[in-house]
Structures are given as structure tokens and as C-alpha cells.
Design a protein around this ligand. Structure first.
Ligand SMILES: Cc1ncc(COP(=O)(O)O)c(C=O)c1O
Length: 430
């Protein structure tokens, strides 16, 4: 079969993320990926600026990750987790408990980021049932994104996630104004007024606060002041409310700390991990909580935590996640992420002066260029591919979250391509 026919088949029969079957945007066929390079079917090489949505932190086809997968496959690819345990899950959970704050010591493994959010929501609800209190509301932040499943959508920004579309299905939760102070701005206490007010007025109903630490990702790539997060923790303590920290996008070094909540020197009560957990090789997520929450859940009428997916604790995913963390523990990532931050600052910050650009934000291995005009995704994507780079903007945001192993000249090429793209009016919608 001609490879072109595959495109036609794909367009007609396969949904891609947030895509239309009627007028699908062009998709590029990648046949191989290694290090920081993606190879298209025609042999064209693209430098990767996305890490497959913040997952492939060590780059693609990593020999140690590949070996961990192969070694596990030889033993067993999967085994049910009900009534059975296995060494890869035990070693991974030991490791997760070791690298996260002392208070977090009970791990629930699941399939994806969204599911780990569902699990965290359920944990919070069951915790209050265990305390014979019926609390069912969550307090989230505007511009937040926590996933695409229904409970997760109910805590996503009401505008971005089109809550109206799901009216009747989504629970009504509280949304505080998002922080406006950037990471490096002077802190303004007024930023926290709305959160404080909602908490004071409604704390008796609130089961948990949920927040993306430091970076609000898919809701707008907003990098906010650590003081906001610190105050969120203080208010949760003041009113005895659970704090769920969603580190799915930020975990494993992306912001320059192993976990972004470390910028605010706080600890979560429930922590959600995903994406980079397996170095971008397999789908796996973890929801980690305290002994107290875990044990209170078991006091509830159900006597147990009511969740148990078929592929829970998949051995291949656990084995590769463990190796991913082992690689991180040689601590090379710290220097790599610092270097990326310096280069992104050097190449992207000057774009702030351009009339097309409303803001540039940098933290760790994250570089965000916000434009005034809406981006024509298909046109800009084509432009980037012609330049030999893989960058996937959305809305008014062109952002880079490259693998930590990216070389200086590759990073330069990515940033130069962004500068060129901005100059081309065809890449924007008037
Ligand atoms: C902060 C955050 N939470 C949750 C999710 C959902 O994860 P998944 O796409 O693995 O379901 C994402 C995905 O982008 C995310 O960025």
C-alpha cells in the first residue's frame, strides 16, 4: 500500500486529539524517533520541541528505558493487580515514596493523568465520607486544566473547557481567580483575595482544593508566583481542607525543581503524577497520598478505596518508570534544565519587544511566547515542519518544552524557527 493512502485512511477514520472528522487538520506521519529527532515517512528529520507533551524528558528511544522494557517483557508484560503484586510495582512505589515528601506514603497506580485526577477526587470524597461528613465541592483555579474525563473536566477552567457543552453532566465547583503575578514579579497580595474569599465563605462544603503548581499548562501556559501556592497551602491548613497538587505536567524536573511545589516549599496531601513518569514511553500515572487520608478512606462505609482499573500497575510501565527515575537520580537533569532555561531566556526574551508579541515567559525547560493574534495552527505547523522543527502551538501560544537532552544548536534552531514564524503573517488569523 502506498504510504499516501495511509494519510487518506487516517483522515477519514482516525480521531486525533481535539480533532474534527469533517475537516481534520493535517497530520504528519512519524516513523521513527531518536534522541531529540523525529523522522517523517519521507526521511525528513525534525528537532523536537514538545517532548510529546512534556513526557519524553530524556528524548526518544533511550537505550536504558528500552532495556528496562525488554527485560520486563521477558518476565511478563502484564498481570492483574487484584490479589497479585509484582517486583516492578513494589520497586517503583518504593522509589516514588522515596523521592516525594515524607508525609506521602500510599500510592495508587493508574493508566493516565486524567484517571489519576479522577482517583484524587475520589480519594478526597471518600476521605470525608470516612469522617462522616458529606463534602462534595472542589475549589479549583480559573485557567486550570486537569484532564478530559468528566470529574477532571468539572475542575478545569469553565471557559476553556467549555463547561456549557457539558451542562447537566459536570458537577458545579468553585473557581478562584487565577494568579496574575508571574513567577519573577513582585508579589501582590491582592492576587489571593478571591481565593481567600471563596474559601472563607464555603469551606464547610469544600472537599479539596486542586491546583497545578507554578505552571498552569493547557489552560494558558501561565507561570505564576510561588507565594500564591504557599498561601493556598496555608488556607488549606487553616480550614482543614485537602490539597491536591496536580504535577502531571510539571513533575520530574520540568520547572527546574524535581516537583514544582518545591518552589513554594509546601507539601501536598494528594499528589498526581503522569506524563514524564515513564520518560514518555508508556502510559502510567500515580496518585500518592498520606497515611492519614488513606486510612480514613478505609473507615468509610465501603471499607476500601473504590477504584481498580484492569491495567493497574502494568509491569512494563512500572519497570520503565523506575528506570526513568533512576536516570533522573544521576542529577544530570538539573544542569540540563538550567542550561535550557538560560538559552530560552537568551533567545526568546528579546521577542518581547516585537509588536506581535504580548508576553514571553520562561521557567526551567519551558519557554512560552504569547502572541496578540490567534495562531493559524495548520499554517504554522507546516511552516515549522519546513524549518525542520516540531512545535505544536495552540490558541495564541507558541511554546517549547524540549527533552532535557537537547543540544544547544538544536535549541537555537527551535527558537530561531519561532522568530521566523512570528514574522510571517500567514501564520496568524486576522
Ligand atoms: C496538569 C495536567 N493534568 C492532567 C492532565 C491529563 O493527563 P492525560 O492527558 O494523561 O490524561 C494533563 C494533560 O495534559 C495536564 O497537563
Amino acid at each position: 500500500m502506498l504510504i499516501e493512502n495511509d494519510y487518506e485512511f487516517d483522515r477519514k477514520h482516525i480521531w486525533h486529539p481535539y480533532s474534527s472528522m469533517k475537516e481534520p487538520l493535517l497530520c504528519y506521519q512519524v516513523v521513527k524517533a531518536k534522541g531529540c529527532k523525529l523522522e517523517l515517512y519521507d526521511g525528513k528529520q525534525l528537532i523536537d520541541g514538545m517532548s510529546s507533551w512534556l513526557a519524553a524528558i530524556h528524548g526518544y528511544n533511550h537505550p536504558r528505558l528500552n532495556y528496562a522494557i525488554k527485560k520486563q517483557i521477558k518476565k511478563m508484560s502484564h498481570i492483574m493487580f487484584g490479589g497479585i503484586t509484582h517486583p516492578s510495582a513494589i520497586s517503583l512505589c518504593r522509589k516514588l515514596i522515596e523521592i516525594t515528601p515524607l508525609s506521602l506514603d500510599c500510592v495508587f497506580l493508574s493508566d493516565s493523568g486524567s484517571v489519576s485526577i479522577e482517583v484524587s477526587i475520589k480519594m478526597a470524597l471518600q476521605y470525608w465520607l470516612g469522617r462522616s461528613e458529606n463534602r462534595q465541592k472542589f475549589l479549583a483555579i480559573k485557567y486550570s486544566y486537569h484532564g478530559d474525563t468528566f470529574a477532571a473536566m468539572s475542575i478545569c477552567d469553565p471557559q476553556n473547557s467549555m463547561h456549557n457543552l457539558w451542562q447537566g453532566y459536570l458537577n458545579n465547583n468553585y473557581f478562584a481567580e487565577a494568579p496574575t503575578c508571574g513567577f519573577y514579579d513582585n508579589w501582590d497580595i491582592n492576587d489571593f483575595n478571591d481565593f481567600a474569599y471563596i474559601m472563607e465563605q464555603n469551606y464547610k462544603e469544600i472537599a479539596a482544593v486542586i491546583i497545578e503548581p507554578i505552571l498552569q499548562g493547557a489552560g494558558g501556559m501561565r507561570i505564576y508566583h510561588p507565594k500564591y501556592l504557599k498561601l493556598v497551602r496555608e488556607y488549606c491548613d487553616k480550614y482543614g481542607i485537602i490539597l491536591i497538587v496536580d504535577e502531571i505536567a510539571t513533575g520530574f524536573g520540568r520547572t527546574g525543581k524535581l516537583f514544582a511545589f518545591e518552589h513554594a516549599k509546601i507539601e501536598p496531601d494528594i499528589l498526581c503524577l503522569g506524563k514524564a513518569l515513564t520518560g514518555g514511553t508508556m502510559t502510567l500515572a500515580a496518585t500518592i497520598t498520606t497515611h492519614e487520608i488513606a486510612h480514613t478512606i478505609s473507615n468509610s462505609k465501603a471499607n476500601c478505596f473504590m477504584h481498580g482499573p484492569t491495567f493497574m500497575g502494568n509491569p512494563i510501565a512500572c519497570a520503565v518508570a523506575l528506570e526513568n527515575i533512576n536516570i533522573l537520580q544521576n542529577n544530570k537533569w538539573i544542569k540540563q534544565v538550567n542550561n535550557i532555561e538560560k538559552k530560552l531566556s537568551k533567545y526568546l526574551l528579546p521577542l518581547k519587544k516585537l509588536r506581535q508579541i504580548s508576553d514571553v515567559r520562561i521557567l526551567g525547560a519551558i519557554g512560552v511566547v504569547e502572541t496578540y493574534k490567534l495562531i493559524n495552527i495548520e499554517a504554522i505547523q507546516k511552516f515549522f515542519v519546513e524549518q525542520g522543527v516540531w512545535i505544536r502551538p495552540f490558541g495564541k501560544l507558541i511554546y517549547l518544552v524540549p527533552p532535557y537532552i537537547i543540544k544547544q544548536h538544536e535549541l537555537k534552531k527551535l527558537t530561531q524557527s519561532i522568530s521566523l514564524a512570528i514574522e510571517n503573517p500567514l501564520n496568524f488569523i486576522n
